[in-house]
Structure formats: structure tokens, C-alpha cells
Design a protein around this ligand. Structure first.
Ligand code: C2E
Ligand code: CA
Ligand code: CA
Length: 584
């Protein structure tokens, strides 16, 4: 039978002596070379080979048995049966082993496959982590809104430029600090989304301007970043710093000043730029940024221009700090006073009210106008304590006049800075002061500018409504200089409008402005709001306002703001509002 065809012999009886040809041993060797699992029983009466010789040739194995002649039939049968069974058991064990091996092989394959999958998953995970890390690193160094380098990255770049300048004196650089003019107005009136959109469009314009400037041979490197809000910084590296940054500043100003189209609405915004050249004196990033900022601040005084930093400018900053201190002390020392500018009826020339305007009795002997300190007080937050004092002082005066002239209804207007509107204590304080001084709240007028009312989140409007609930009246100050449209007027919580003096005093433009004043007066009439014209300086303006139906006005033609005693004298006076001057 063919062992290879898997039909093997289980056992063979082999006689040792098989003449002629092969003897038993040779036969066994031949059998085992075909099928090494075959079991052999050597049948022998007496051996031609000793047992040791047989073992030496065939090896020690359990497949070899010796059967001595003469045979017993039963013995032979039992032997064959036992050996066959042993062979079958052996095969079964082998099969199981093969099965096991196959199973192990299969499992190993599965595991390998799973591992390969895990490996793939790990690779994927790693690449995701890499990408996230890159994103995070980018986010840490860039501004979210504009994608420009942020303060941290700018700071790195500037410190490189400073170090480079120290190592190689020929490597010049300059820093430009750009800040938008009146950006707050855009934010307050058009909303924060519009403000964000404007900043994005501005970023694109800065990018285009820088692209052009990079083509100048002097320029080695140009980088723009955003510090926050509407503050941008530009780093120039290359030759001829002053000429190059001046040229760039002019290009930037031209680019910024064009109107922005924000969702169909047009918004304009200038910029102020400060420039500091990177001299060897600079060791720290803050120092050069501070100087560019100081120059920018100087530029702000004129708006929409640039200024190059000079060391003397430090003095101006020091002066500001000192002025801030003086304001603080001045509030405590009671150095501020209120003057009152009469508001006159254009119908009969009688006293129609007062506007309280603050003045500062400065220790050096000067009487300073608010233009010298209000903006700084607003910027430093000192406007809150100062504003509170102004409010109480004006209410106290109103109470005194109400008592002295009980039959006259002469309201007093107080200016409120936008920062005061954000003060949660404002309304309770107002209520407390009204009660303390026993005034009729309808005789108190609060003047606020358009920006304060039309902020995007409506917070200003809410506070104004709360103020109105106390009975106090609200007027919009400097009307026409902000962004708010006439169309919004009917919905605003206001009782009156003060037409800004720029519409009154520019005589050459009077015809054009007359139409605007006319529109404002008509609209105000429809919604029941008062109108006061500001800055009347000539009788001709009085006549124009009368012709347009404006009933009240204030201005130097009638009187400047006066100290209390002189203002009190106005109760017994009237003004010329027509052909004949009325005497007291
Ligand atoms: P404003 O509220 O528009 O006040 C009117 C300003 O115009 C006053 O200047 C007044 O003296 C001036 N003025 C009045 N009539 C004429 C005129 O015929 N021609 C010209 N050219 N000017 C005239 P003042 O007192 O220097 O105040 C300037 C600004 O300072 C005020 O403008 C107001 O915004 C602010 N201010 C004044 N007092 C206070 C105050 O108590 N609190 C706050 N928050 N701001 C104040
Ligand atoms: Ca005012
Ligand atoms: Ca005004």
C-alpha cells in the first residue's frame, strides 16, 4: 500500500532470515524509509544479529518488537491487535496536534491582523494628535479673529529683532503701532459683529499694503500682528527705517480711510499710527512697544495721521500721569466747580433752563475747561467719582433755585459720560439724590451722546429707560455727530435733542444744514421731543432757527457758562431774540 496516499500500514511482521536477497534488518530499514511510523515485529528463532547490533542499526525505538519462535496464534493476534490500537491512538494524537497547530496558526493570524489594525489606528491617532498639536501651537501664536500673529508671537519676533540689532548694528528695524480712530463708535452703533467684520476687512487691507511694501528693495522683512481690540503692530526689518516706515504709514492711512462695506452699511474709520525706530538703546520688547504707543497717542490728538517717536514724548506721558494724580486729589480737595450756561427760549427770550458744565479751579490759579481733563478722567475711570460729585452739585443747585424761584420752571441739564452709564449704582444714586434734595425729577435733564444710547447690546438703552422711570428726562447731546440715524429716533428713550453746534455755526454751509435742522425739528415734533440748538453765536443764527421752528437755544450769543451767582441773576433777565431786546 502507498503510505504517501495516506493509506499506510500499521504494522508488519518481518522474518529475520529471508534468503536470498535482503535480510530482515535491510527490509525494516527500507520500510521505515517509506513510512517511519510503521511498527515492526521481528520474528526470529535464533538471531543472526545480537540485540545490541539490531539496536545499533535501527536505533532505540518503541516501533520495534521481538517475537520468538515458535509462535502462539493467540499471542500473535493479540500482539497485532494491540499494536494496531497503539498506532491508531498515535495517529489520533498526531491529528489532534495538527488540529491544535492549525488552530494556533489561525488564532495567531487573527491576532496579527488585529495588531495590524491597531497599528493603523495608532498611526491615525498619532497623525490626529500631531495635527491638533500644530493647530494648538498656531492658535497660541495667532489671533483668532484675524489670523494674524498675536501679542505673544509679536513679542517673540520683536525680541529677535532687538537681539539681531545688538549682534549686528547694521540690521535696522522699526515698530509701528496702529490704532483705529473712533472704532468704539462703530462697535457701539453698528454692533460687535460689524466691528469684527471691520477688523477682518482691515486685516486684508493691511496685508495688501504690506505685500506692496515688501517689493521695495530696502525691505528685508515685514510682519503685521494684532495686539487686541483695534490695536495692530507692524514690524519692519531692512534699511532706511524712517523713510520706509513713513512711506508705509502713509500707504496704510490711505488704505484704512476708505469706507468699509459692512453688510451693505458703509462705515468709516481713520487710524492713528506711532512709529519707533529700533535703536541700540532698546533692550526690552515692552520699551519699544511703549514708545511706539506713545507716538501713536500723540497721533491720536490729530487723528488719521502718523507720528514718529521722539524721546521728549516721554515727558508728555509723565505729565498725563501727574495730571491723573492731580484730578484725583482735586476731587478730594473740592477744586471742581459747576458753571451754568443759560438755555434761552427763542419764542420770547426768557430763561428756559441751564446746562451744568464743569470747570477745574486748578491749584496753579487757572480755571481749566473740561476739554483739559474730562477725556483723561474718562480714560482713567476717575469720571465716576467726579461725575457723581457733578450730579449731586447740580441737583443741589436745582433744589436751591426751585426754592428761590418756586414759580419758575427752569430745568438743569447735566452731562453724563458713557462710562457713567455703565455704572450699576447710577440709578439708585440718582433716586437717593432726588429724595435727599427734594427736587422734582422732571426738572433734571441728563445729556448723553448718541454713542452711549445706541450701543449694540442695548445695555445703554436699558439704563436710560431706567433713568426715565425715575421721572428724570434724557436728551441726546451733540446730535448729528454720531452714527445713529434719524429713523431710530422715535424708538429711543429720549425726551429731547441737542443739535450739535457744528450744524449751527458753519455759516457757509447754513443752507445745507438748514435742511437737516428742519428734518430733525420735524421728526422731534412728531415724537414729542424737545429740540435745543447749541452754539448760537450770532443773531442771524437765531433768526434761522426761529424760521425753522426751533424753540430753544444756547450759545455765546446769549451767554457763556456762568458761575452760580451770575447764573442766578439770569432768572431776572431775558434776551433779544428778535428786533427788540427785552430788558429785565
Ligand atoms: P457739550 O456738552 O457739548 O457742552 C457745550 C460746550 O460748548 C461747552 O464747552 C460750552 O461752553 C460750549 N459752548 C457753549 N456755547 C458755545 C458757543 O456759542 N460757541 C462755542 N464755540 N462753544 C460754545 P465746555 O464747557 O468747554 O465743555 C466741553 C465739553 O466737555 C462738553 O460739551 C461736554 O461734552 C464736556 N463736559 C462739560 N461738562 C461736563 C460734565 O459735567 N460732565 C461730563 N461728563 N462732561 C462734561
Ligand atoms: Ca452737553
Ligand atoms: Ca453738546
Amino acid at each position: 500500500r502507498d503510505a504517501a496516499a495516506d493509506d499506510p500500514y500499521m504494522m508488519a511482521f518481518v522474518d529475520m532470515r529471508m534468503p536470498p536477497g535482503w535480510d530482515g534488518l535491510k527490509t525494516i530499514e527500507a520500510c521505515w524509509s517509506v513510512d517511519p511510523r510503521m511498527q515492526v515485529v521481528i520474528c526470529t528463532a535464533f538471531s543472526d544479529y545480537s540485540w545490541d547490533e539490531i539496536r545499533a542499526r535501527l536505533g532505540r525505538t518503541d516501533r520495534l518488537l521481538i517475537l520468538r519462535k515458535p509462535f502462539d496464534r493467540v499471542e500473535v493476534c493479540q500482539l497485532a491487535a494491540a499494536l494496531c490500537e497503539k498506532w491508531r491512538l498515535g495517529r489520533r494524537a498526531e491529528n489532534r496536534e495538527a488540529e491544535l497547530e492549525a488552530k494556533v496558526g489561525e488564532r495567531t493570524g487573527q491576532l496579527e491582523q488585529a495588531l495590524r489594525k491597531d497599528r493603523l489606528r495608532l498611526d491615525l491617532l498619532e497623525s490626529v494628535i500631531d495635527e491638533r498639536t500644530r493647530e494648538l501651537r498656531h492658535a497660541a501664536m495667532h489671533d483668532k479673529l484675524t489670523g494674524l500673529p498675536n501679542r505673544s508671537m509679536l513679542s517673540d519676533e520683536l525680541s529677535h529683532a532687538i537681539a539681531h540689532r545688538h549682534a549686528d548694528p547694521s540690521s535696522a528695524f522699526g515698530v509701528m503701532f496702529l490704532d483705529l480712530d473712533d472704532f468704539k463708535l462703530v462697535n457701539d452703533t453698528l454692533g460687535h459683529d460689524a466691528g469684527d467684520e471691520l477688523l477682518r476687512q482691515l486685516t486684508a487691507r493691511i496685508g495688501n499694503t504690506l505685500d506692496i511694501a515688501r517689493q521695495v528693495p530696502d525691505c528685508k522683512r515685514l510682519l503685521a500682528g494684532r495686539l487686541g481690540g483695534d490695536e495692530f503692530v507692524i514690524l519692519y526689518e531692512g534699511a532706511n527705517v524712517t523713510a520706509a516706515t513713513t512711506d508705509l504709514a502713509l500707504k496704510l492711512l490711505t488704505a484704512v480711510v476708505l469706507p468699509f462695506d459692512i453688510k451693505g452699511q458703509s462705515a468709516r474709520c481713520g487710524a492713528s499710527i506711532g512709529i519707533a525706530a529700533g535703536t541700540a538703546d532698546y533692550n526690552a520688547v515692552e520699551d519699544i512697544l511703549r514708545d511706539a504707543d506713545i507716538a501713536m497717542y500723540q497721533a491720536k490728538a490729530g487723528k488719521n495721521r502718523f507720528v514718529i517717536f521722539k524721546p521728549e514724548m516721554h515727558d508728555a506721558v509723565v505729565a498725563r500721569v501727574s495730571l491723573t494724580d492731580q484730578i484725583r486729589q482735586g476731587i478730594e480737595a473740592g477744586q471742581f466747580v459747576l458753571h451754568y450756561q443759560p438755555i434761552v427760549s427763542l419764542v420770547d427770550g426768557s430763561l428756559g433752563g441751564f446746562e451744568a458744565l464743569v470747570r477745574w479751579n486748578h491749584p496753579d490759579g487757572q480755571l481749566l475747561p473740561p476739554g483739559r481733563f474730562i477725556a483723561l478722567a474718562e480714560a482713567t475711570g476717575l469720571i465716576r467719582p467726579l461725575g457723581l460729585w457733578i450730579l449731586e452739585c447740580a441737583i443741589q443747585q436745582l433744589a436751591a433755585w426751585s426754592k428761590a424761584f418756586p414759580n419758575r420752571n427752569v430745568p438743569v441739564a447735566v452731562n453724563l459720560a458713557p462710562a457713567q452709564l455703565g455704572d450699576s449704582r447710577l440709578v439708585p444714586t440718582l433716586l437717593m439724590l432726588i429724595a435727599r434734595h427734594g427736587i422734582d425729577p422732571s426738572r433734571l435733564v441728563i445729556e448723553v451722546t448718541e454713542g452711549a444710547i445706541s450701543d449694540s447690546d442695548g445695555e445703554g438703552e436699558k439704563i436710560l429707560s431706567a433713568i426715565r422711570c425715575t421721572g428724570v428726562r434724557i436728551y441726546i447731546d451733540d446730535f448729528g455727530t454720531g452714527y445713529s440715524s434719524l429713523g431710530r429716533l422715535p424708538r429711543l428713550p429720549v425726551d429731547g435733542i441737542k443739535i450739535d453746534r457744528s450744524f449751527i455755526s458753519e455759516s457757509g454751509e447754513q443752507r445745507k444744514y438748514a435742511a437737516i435742522i428742519n428734518a430733525v425739528i420735524n421728526l422731534a415734533g412728531h415724537v414729542g421731543a424737545d429740540v435745543v440748538a447749541e452754539g448760537v453765536e450770532q443773531i442771524g443764527q437765531v433768526a434761522m432757527l426761529q424760521a425753522l421752528g426751533c424753540e430753544r437755544a444756547q450759545g455765546f450769543y446769549f451767554s457763556p457758562a456762568l458761575p452760580v451767582d451770575q447764573a442766578t441773576a439770569c432768572f431776572t433777565q431775558s434776551w433779544c431774540v428778535g428786533a427788540q431786546k427785552r430788558a429785565a
